[in-house]
Design a protein around this ligand. Structure first.
Ligand SMILES: [Zn+2]
Length: 571
């Protein structure tokens, strides 16, 4: 199959899948959806939990949790809810378990549900407020720049103005109640860049910068008791890799790396700032791993699909979580969704434009409404209306209609021709060279007069290849994993690159290729070579069998193991 044919095959597949499934994938029958969301709401039952002695968590008093760490002669408060009254209620409940004075406040990040009750916990005392060095700037950005848009969008997303009873819960907490006159902010007074070690009330704490859900996110680690407070980098629902209330791009792989950093700690207790604590080293490790794998899966398969030529509308059909992740109790889509995440990953790398010339300058909503009204009044078939729009010179409408035509009948050559003619007309009428070139190129592609193809890595110049740093080269492999071929694979590959004295481990774990720059013990495949040779093998510049024969590469299992490993990736 040629590249173009493959893309059209995938598009057709996506469209067919889309056609027989009109509703978004995450929607269920009305009653089932409400029941599932209500069941999820049990996580927010209002109470103070003590998962292990000395750690108290006020759940359900606001959108987030308040965590109280009890020390010898005082307590440390981690996160402070969204308003004065909610903070006061949580504090009163926490005072039932300890009356020790508050010695410090830690803000895990800048979001409203964590910061705007801080004054209540300080109780008028001058106590230190710990946060990442960028947290204040993030608070100011919302207050000074985005206040109106974020306000509108937050009100809608959290349902704050809905009549009572309609909000079942908000996915990460019962509900959010921000009240402007109840903002009780304390600015961070003790900030750090990467890591801060501090002892408060006799409790040894490490604060680690861990960009993820926000760029200023931190986690708190209690090394003596192996207790991890991850902030909002993990909670019991699929993460908000994108939030529909609006956010700057969230770097998904940076977030995954932050979770890997947490996994390395070997925590026995996980106390997130939303949903409920998790106790047991095995459970914590398994949950952190599934969570980061779910995120990497969505990221990598989106990038893979982008490189196969898919746009956002096709990608949301192409990328789905396999059952072992989709059904994981911490990955149900009660906050973020896979589909929104796919769009966000696409947007983060390539921006708003889908890559389809029809989307360059779509009809305005008003114009589309007029055209649709005319189209329905005149009940000719879509092909007839597409032809008519073309001959009447309504080229954008002709392009949009012919896209529907092609969706309904992927084999209709005439649909391609009408779309090509419409795009050609749009291109010829555009004074913008970028737009003109895109319209005309796509029209030529539709007519089979041009094929863009893809770059051939096997002709990369040697100096270019040698200059490619090995770490991003290895990371790029992950995004080419053919996940559907690797869903039953559990394979650990270790790479020792002698020329650069570096070791990588790639764990192919049920559809995710997780890369670490460490020598993980007991690999299934142990590959010893140079970065130079490995880059040549992966880019098809060097035949692995020849490299093996001339001792440029060594692997237990021989060359067959290497070839089998490589066959799991797009190349
Ligand atoms: Zn939060």
């Amino acid at each position: 199959m040629s590249k173009a044919a493959l893309i059209w095959f995938l598009l057709g597949l996506g469209l067919l899948l889309g056609a027989c499934d009109e509703a978004p994938k995450q929607s269920a029958a009305k009653g089932d959806a409400a029941a599932a969301l209500k069941a999820h709401g049990k996580l927010f039952t209002k109470e103070v939990l003590t998962p292990v002695p000395g750690i108290h968590v006020a759940v359900g008093y606001g959108l987030a949790n308040v965590i109280m760490i009890e020390g010898e002669d005082g307590v440390i408060i981690v996160d402070t809810l969204e308003s004065r009254s909610r903070a006061a209620e949580a504090l009163a409940a926490l005072r039932q378990v300890s009356a020790k004075p508050v010695k410090a406040i830690i803000l895990t990040h800048n979001h409203a549900d964590h910061i705007y009750g801080a004054q209540v916990f300080a109780g008028g005392q001058d106590i230190p407020v710990y946060a990442h060095q960028s947290t204040s700037d993030h608070i100011d950005r919302i207050i000074n720049v985005l206040v109106n848009s974020i306000y509108r969008r937050s009100m809608a997303m959290f349902g704050q103005l809905l009549p009572q009873g309609l909000v079942l819960n908000d996915g990460i907490g019962p509900d959010l109640k921000t009240v402007t006159e109840e903002l009780a902010l304390l600015r961070p007074s003790k900030t750090f860049e990467k890591r801060l070690d501090v002892t408060i009330a006799g409790v040894k704490l490490q604060l680690h910068h861990a960009p993820g859900e926000t760029d200023d996110q931190l986690f708190v680690w209690l090394p003596r008791r192996k207790i991890l407070l991850p902030g909002d980098n993990i909670y019991q629902t699929f993460p908000n890799l994108y939030t529909i209330r609006g956010t700057a791009h969230r770097d998904v792989m940076q977030w995954v790396r932050s979770l890997d950093k947490m996994r390395d700690l070997g925590a026995e207790v996980l106390v997130p700032s939303h949903t409920r604590p998790l106790v047991g080293g095995k459970q914590v490790a398994e949950t952190l791993t599934a969570y980061r794998d779910g995120m990497q899966y969505v990221h990598d398969q989106t990038v893979r699909g982008m490189n196969l030529g898919l746009g956002p509308e096709q990608l949301v059909e192409f990328v789905y979580l396999p059952p072992h992740l989709a059904e994981h109790p911490w990955l149900a889509e009660h906050y973020g969704t896979v589909r929104w995440s796919v769009r966000a990953v696409f947007n983060g790398y390539l921006g708003w434009f889908s890559g389809d010339a029809v989307d360059l300058d779509p009809l305005s909503p008003g114009e589309r409404a007029r055209q649709l009204q005319a189209a329905f009044a005149d009940s000719k078939s879509i092909p007839a209306q597409a032809r008519a729009a073309l001959s009447a010179g309504r080229y954008q409408w002709a392009a949009e209609l012919s896209r529907y035509w092609r969706l309904n009948d992927p084999d209709a050559g005439e649909a391609d021709e009408v779309m090509a003619a419409a795009l050609t007309a749009l291109g010829e009428r555009s004074g913008n060279p970028n737009a003109r070139n895109w319209y005309l190129t796509q029209a030529h592609e539709l007519r089979g007069e041009l094929e863009i193809g893809k770059p051939d890595p096997s002709v990369l110049p040697a100096d270019m290849l040698d200059g490619l740093p090995i770490a991003p080269f290895m990371a790029g492999m992950s995004t080419r994993l053919k996940a559907e071929d690797a869903l039953d694979t559990d394979l650990l590959a270790r790479f020792e690159f002698s020329d650069e004295d570096r070791v990588f481990s790639m764990h192919i774990r049920r559809g995710v290729a997780a890369l670490r720059e460490t020598a993980t013990p007991n690999p299934d495949i142990h590959i010893k070579t140079t970065a130079r040779t490995w880059k040549r093998i992966v880019t098809k510049q060097r035949n692995p069998a020849l490299a093996f024969a001339s001792d440029e590469i060594d692997a237990e299992g021989g060359v067959a193991g290497i070839v089998k490993f490589l066959s799991l990736f797009e190349r």
